[in-house]
Write a protein that binds this ligand. Structure first.
Ligand code: AMP
Length: 538
């Protein structure tokens, strides 16, 4: 027998409508490029979002068509976050830190029709404009810089939309957004989120035992809004009706702590690299900022070191470790102590909090190694596989990468983990040949291939080594060609011709040979064991 409930689609529109109706006075604060604060209310946001949706429809945007953004975290990005999907379009947030060729590839692969870009990010648009095919480009006037010919002012465009526009009825499995991940080998791959997945993920983010966002919170998403739906936090703020404080382009400790103080932020979220700087600033002068006594922060994207959890505790700020992936909308685990674990020793409690944590509701997990499914004993390692309602079942329009899904429908994360008997996941390694530096991916394979194109290099393997600020940095292990003796400076200069500056290995280790696996591949685990413990400095 079926239940007798209404068949009510899970889409983002009711979240937006409710927030506008019930929380009209809640503020959205954005730090602008000149560091002043832009403020408006949910009522204004709601009206502007409606206008933007109407304007997009007036411009001919049809169901399922993509609108790209190149934007910092701020009020206009939030408008796009809801206007695009609620009008039936698909929001495609472009990661503007990528190399221009990758940004262009991604925009073309997704067939983005329109672009919304912050005026301060126009230099990035300039670098890609000849490689992409946006029909219209809307520029958000944040700094007052003149808008180049051929591009349109976002505010003028928004004004063309009717304020009484009615959002269309959507089906819950229609796509609401897209993100591309470069956390894979080969070309970046697209993930298309459905309204349903976003709504369910938002409920999950709100749970008291996950992120635990409430209407009384003031949320500061430092995690870029182009990265995996800003971890679902902007959506959660809309569902709960929480005040938002956006850092805009100013992500340094001084400005972030200043915003925490002026807006009395209670929940912040970002990658460890950001929090290192903040901890250092607090250690230098802890009394300087009058922070909210309940300030807590969700840290993820890379491993949160135990020392950082302890450090923030000293300043009364609780850090909550989370793990996820672009393919997972992204939240997969959160590390909070279970009832009874208060009785553990202090060291054991910190060790548990530094693990990636417990699977959130509806995310199922298993660990697979050569022997099959590994037991949850805290020791047996294997690849973490997941499934659930907000986990991708394929990449968008790409056969490449389809081997990540097992025949029985699980997604292989590429993270090597143990799970202990309490269910806490701990990442011990990665199967993917990638380095995560400051929350962004660097391809070791691309660097190796380039290095091996240098006349003085016979073989090169690039591995991740731990780094205090950036979490990981690339280290190049090089075997020189017969009779050659290339210097580190020479190799770095050579690589700088093809890669963004932050991709370049800081260190080069010259060896006689690189250990190999039985199948002849570089044995990177051996290299990591040999080099990862060394102090590589800043
Ligand atoms: P992305 O899709 O760019 O968000 O990257 C997802 C990947 O980042 C994961 O598969 C992990 O390799 C890594 N990652 C994310 N969160 C964490 C974390 N808390 N600890 C360690 N690695 C993480």
């Amino acid at each position: 027998m079926d239940g007798t409930m209404m068949d009510f689609p899970l889409t983002l529109t009711p979240m937006l409508e409710r927030a506008g109706k019930l929380f009209p006075d809640v503020e959205i604060v954005t730090r602008l490029p000149d560091k002043s604060l832009h403020r408006h209310t949910f009522a204004e946001f709601h009206q502007r979002t409606r206008r933007l949706a109407a304007a997009l429809e007036g411009a001919g945007l049809k169901r399922g068509e993509r609108v790209a953004t190149i934007m910092w975290n701020g009020y206009a990005h939030l408008e796009a976050y809801f206007a695009v999907p609620c009008s039936g379009g698909v929001l495609h947030t472009l990661n503007f830190r990528l190399h221009e060729n990758d940004i262009a590839f991604i925009a073309n692969h997704a067939e983005d029709r329109f672009l919304i870009v912050d005026d301060v990010l126009l230099p990035i648009f300039e670098r890609i404009k000849d490689k992409v095919k946006f029909e219209r480009v809307f520029v958000v006037p944040l700094s007052g810089a003149p808008i180049p010919e051929g591009l349109e002012n976002y505010e003028d465009f928004l004004a063309t939309g009717r304020a009484d526009y009615a959002f269309p009825e959507l089906k819950e499995n229609e796509a609401s957004g897209m993100c591309y991940t470069s956390g894979t080998t080969g070309r970046p791959k697209g993930v298309a989120y459905s309204h349903r997945a976003m709504v369910l993920h938002t409920f999950c983010v709100g749970l008291a035992d996950t992120v635990g966002l409430t209407q009384r919170d003031v949320l500061m998403p430092v995690v870029p809004m182009f990265h995996a739906n800003a971890w679902g936090l902007a959506h959660a703020a809309m569902m709960m009706g929480s005040k938002l404080a956006f850092p805009g382009p100013h992500m340094d400790a001084e400005n972030i702590l200043g915003l925490c103080e002026s807006e009395q932020v209670t929940l912040a979220a970002g990658v460890p690299t950001i929090w290192i700087g903040i901890l250092q600033a607090l250690e230098a002068d802890s009394g300087r900022w009058k922070l909210h006594p309940d300030l807590r922060s969700v840290v993820g994207g890379s491993a949160l070191p135990e020392g950082m959890i302890r450090g923030f505790d000293r300043h009364g700020i609780t850090t909550i470790h989370a793990w996820g992936m672009t393919e997972m909308t992204p939240i997969g685990t959160i590390s909070r102590l279970k009832r009874g674990m208060e009785a553990l020793s202090e060291d054991e409690r910190y060790q548990a909090r530094a693990k990636q944590g417990l699977a959130v509701p509806f995310v199922e997990m298993r660990v697979i190694n050569d022997e099959g499914e590994a037991p949850w004993d805290g020791e047996s390692m294997g690849e973490l596989q997941v499934r659930g309602p907000w986990i991708a079942s394929s990449y968008y329009n790409s056969e490449e990468g389809s081997d990540k899904w097992s025949a029985d429908g699980w997604f292989g994360t590429g993270d090597v983990v143990t799970i202990d008997k309490e269910g806490y996941v701990k990442i011990t390694d990665r199967t993917k040949d990638l380095i995560k530096s400051g929350g962004e991916w660097i391809s070791s394979v691309d660097l190796e291939n380039a290095l091996m194109g240098h006349a003085g290099v016979r073989e090169a393997a690039v591995i991740a080594v731990p780094h205090e600020k950036w979490t990981e940095r690339p280290l190049a292990v090089v075997v020189a060609a017969e009779g050659a003796a290339p210097s580190a400076a020479e190799l770095k200069e050579y690589l700088s011709q093809s890669f963004a500056k932050w991709w370049l290995p800081d260190n080069y280790e010259f060896v006689d040979e690189i250990p190999r696996t039985s199948t002849g591949k570089f044995l990177k685990t051996a290299l990591r064991e040999k080099f990862a413990t060394r102090d590589w400095g800043a």
